[in-house]
Design a protein around this ligand. Structure first.
Ligand code: ASP
Length: 335
């Protein structure tokens, strides 16, 4: 994943659990920066289209391939997320994801379709394609969410392969972290971020998906916003969709993605809705927003998009009108 060039910034570090570095300071290489658009365009939106968190042009390209062939938005977001889950170099999702503080790679993912149906897995281990397990939960069980060993056994029963997800690179990073952190909750910035994707197919139907290995070096058992419907992801096919990345605890506290969709229902544009949802976090009395990052991307039924974050360096990848590009998000904390 090319987005993985991050800036260590002590001022943005958390005094508690590890907060991901690319969340607070993800930048691309200077040559890539030249290709980044700086603001959402006002061009008339066309369908089909797909957007994703961060710089994941291979993932959005895969999703668009499906959409252009007449495929539906649900298949597009699942297949798009799978590209990043299989990418061992990406240390934030699927195989190669950074582990928790005990060295276990644990995945969270969810998916939601045009009917408002959804599936989710939390604390899933040894299965690369968590997003596809989430889809199986939605389609083949009467439940919405499966956790831990139960989720793993369900995945095996559905034919998923057991794999070791801890790559040498992630193991090395974890070992280095242990030396530096002395296994204590101290200031620690890691390279981390969630892949969330929203697509509208040629019929105008919306689906979304979200997949992550969660915060690097989290406490064992920790679950973030990403698999929680309404927090990490929400779709209402009448209105639009939203996905979140960043410090999941803050997204959960404001039920962020549901909030963004509800704000669009009230008439706000995707951009205005994302900005107001970030406002709900940063304007809380005694908010310590300087210590963490949250970013939202959203799309409305017309295919208009928005993205906004607390701090600089959040971006969205958008494939629409034949252009697959990274768009730098506007942000709240301009100092
Ligand atoms: N939102 C994810 C979580 O809190 C982390 C991320 O976006 O990197 O688990």
């Amino acid at each position: 994943m090319k987005r993985r060039h991050f800036i260590k910034n002590a001022a943005l570090s958390s005094a508690g659990l590890a907060v991901s570095g690319s969340i607070v300071g993800c930048a691309d290489t200077p040559s890539e920066e030249k290709k980044i658009s700086l603001a959402p365009t006002s061009k008339k939106a066309t369908l089909p289209m797909v957007i994703a968190t961060w710089h994941v042009i291979d993932a959005t390209a895969k999703a668009m391939e499906i959409l252009q062939a007449g495929g539906n938005a649900l298949d597009a977001v699942e297949q798009g997320c799978r590209v990043e889950e299989a990418n061992e170099k990406g240390q934030s999702v699927g195989k190669g994801g950074l582990p928790d503080r005990d060295g276990n790679v644990t995945l969270d993912a969810c998916i939601m379709n045009k009917h408002g149906n959804c599936g989710s897995v939390v604390y899933l281990q040894n299965i690369t394609h968590a997003v596809s397990v989430a889809r199986k939960v939605m389609e083949n069980t009467p439940h919405v969410m499966l956790a831990g060993e139960g989720a793993k056994q369900f995945a095996i029963s559905e034919g998923f392969k057991i794999e070791n997800l801890l790559t040498d690179a992630s193991k090395k990073a974890w070992e280095k972290w242990q030396v530096e952190a002395k296994y204590k909750p101290i200031i620690n910035i890691e390279n981390h971020d969630t892949i969330g994707m929203l697509a509208i197919d040629k019929n105008g139907d919306i689906s979304g998906a979200c997949t992550t290995s969660g915060l690097a070096y989290k406490l064992g058992g920790r679950v973030g916003d990403s698999p929680i419907i309404g927090s990490g992801l929400f779709i209402d096919n009448e209105i639009g969709g939203c996905v979140a990345t960043g410090l999941g605890e803050e997204v959960v506290k404001t039920v962020g993605s549901f909030l963004v969709v509800e704000l669009m229902r009230q008439g706000k544009s995707p951009q205005e809705a994302c900005e107001e949802a970030i406002g709900r976090i940063v304007n809380k009395p005694h908010s310590n927003f300087k210590d963490f990052q949250v970013g939202y991307i959203a799309v409305n039924k017309k295919g208009e998009t928005g993205s906004y974050s607390i701090h600089q360096w959040f971006s969205m990848t958008k494939f629409q009108d034949g252009v697959n590009e990274q768009i730098q998000s506007d942000y709240f904390n301009k100092g």
